[in-house]
Design a protein around this ligand. Structure first.
Ligand SMILES: C[S@@+](CC[C@H](N)C(=O)[O-])C[C@H]1O[C@@H](n2cnc3c(N)ncnc32)[C@H](O)[C@@H]1O
Length: 293
C-alpha cells in the first residue's frame, strides 16, 4: 500500500469512527480491506481508495465497518457481571425503589453477547424485579453486528465462550447447529445504531452504562470528550463500567473509580457505599443460578 493511501485511510477512519491507527498498521488495513475491495470488484487497496475519494458513501461506510473489531463473548471478563449483581443492582434497586425503573445502556454492544449477559443477570433476579420497568439499550456503530444482535442467533462455538451451561439450557433454543436466545430475553434488549463520536444526548439518562472494550481504539482526546458526554448521560448516582484495559484515570475528573471494584466508576460526587446489600423487602437475587460466574 502506498503511504498516501495509508494516510488517507487513517484519516477517514479516525474522523468517522475514532479508530486511531498507528503509523505501522498497514497489515491490518490490508487484511481487513483487501477482501472488501475484491468483493466490490476492485483489484487492490489503491483502487478502493480511488473509489472512496470519488465520494462513494456506501463504500466508505463498508470500509469503516470492516475496520471495526467486534470481538465479544458472553459474560466477558466475569468481574463486571459480579459488580452488576453485587454492587450496581443492589444500589440501583435501593435508589429507584419508588420509581421502579432501571435504564441500562450497552454502548458498544457488538453482536449482543454483552447486552444479553446483562439481561440474563437481571432475569435471574426474579421476584426482586417484579413490577420494575427495565430498559436495556444496545448500540453500536456497525449495522452488521446490530443485525446479528437483534436476531440473537449464535454458533456452538459462541455459546461455549463464557456462557454457563445452565443459562444456555434455560435461555436458548437449539435450531439445527445454532442457538437462539429466547424471546423473553431478546425482548428485554432494544437496538439502535449509534456512533460514540456523535451527540447521544437524545438517548436520555441511564442508571448504568457499559462502555467496554471500545475506548481502547481511540486517542486520549477522543476518550476525554466521550467521558464528558457519558457523564451527562448517566444519573448522578449511576454507574459506568469500562473494559479491563480501560480507565478514566489521567483522562477525566468527571468519573471516579468505585473503591475496590475494578472497572467500575461513578460520576464524581456520587456517594459510593459498597456491600450494603439489597433494600429491605427485596428478594435476594438468584444469581447463584448463574453458576460458574
Ligand atoms: C471489541 S467490541 C466490544 C464489544 C463488547 N462491548 C465487549 O466488551 O465484549 C468493540 C465494538 O465497538 C464498536 N465501535 C467501534 N467504534 C465505535 C464508535 N465510534 N461508536 C460506537 N461503537 C463503535 C465496534 O463496532 C465493536 O462492535
Amino acid at each position: 500500500m502506498n503511504p498516501p493511501d495509508y494516510e488517507y485511510l487513517r484519516k477517514v477512519l479516525k474522523d468517522l469512527s475514532g479508530l486511531d491507527l498507528s503509523a505501522d498498521k498497514q497489515y491490518l488495513i490490508e487484511s481487513r480491506l483487501l477482501p472488501l475491495a475484491r468483493k466490490s470488484g476492485l483489484s487492490d487497496i489503491a483502487a478502493l481508495v480511488q473509489k472512496m475519494k470519488g465520494g462513494s458513501s456506501a463504500l466508505i461506510n463498508q470500509v469503516v465497518e470492516a475496520m471495526t473489531t467486534n470481538e465479544t463473548f458472553f459474560f466477558r471478563d466475569k468481574v463486571p457481571f459480579d459488580h452488576l449483581r453485587d454492587t450496581i443492582l443492589p444500589n440501583v434497586l435501593r435508589a429507584r425503589a419508588l420509581r421502579k425503573n432501571i435504564r441500562i445502556w450497552c454502548a458498544a454492544g457488538s453482536t449482543g453477547q454483552e447486552p444479553y449477559s446483562i439481561a440474563m443477570c437481571l432475569k435471574e433476579m426474579g421476584a426482586a424485579l417484579a413490577g420494575w420497568r427495565i430498559e436495556i439499550l444496545a448500540t453500536d456503530l456497525s449495522q452488521e453486528v446490530l443485525e446479528k444482535s437483534k436476531a440473537g442467533i449464535y454458533s456452538q462455538f459462541e455459546v461455549q465462550r463464557g456462557l454457563p451451561i445452565q443459562l444456555l439450557v434455560k435461555h436458548f433454543k437449539q435450531i439445527g447447529e445454532l442457538w437462539q436466545i429466547n424471546p423473553d430475553i431478546r425482548g428485554m434488549v432494544q437496538h439502535r445504531q449509534l456512533n460514540l463520536l456523535h451527540d447521544f444526548s437524545q438517548l436520555g439518562v441511564f442508571d448504568v452504562i457499559f462502555c467496554r472494550n471500545v475506548l481502547i481504539y481511540f486517542d486520549q482526546d477522543t476518550k476525554s470528550k466521550i467521558f464528558a458526554r457519558l457523564a451527562k448521560g448517566v444519573e448522578a448516582d449511576g454507574f459506568l463500567v469500562l473494559g479491563a484495559a480501560e480507565t478514566v484515570v489521567g483522562l477525566t475528573e468527571v468519573f471516579k473509580p468505585f473503591p475496590d471494584r475494578r472497572g467500575l466508576y461513578r460520576p464524581n460526587g456520587a456517594q459510593s457505599a459498597p456491600g450494603k446489600g439489597l433494600p429491605a423487602g427485596a428478594a435476594a437475587p438468584k444469581l447463584a443460578a448463574v453458576a460458574g460466574l
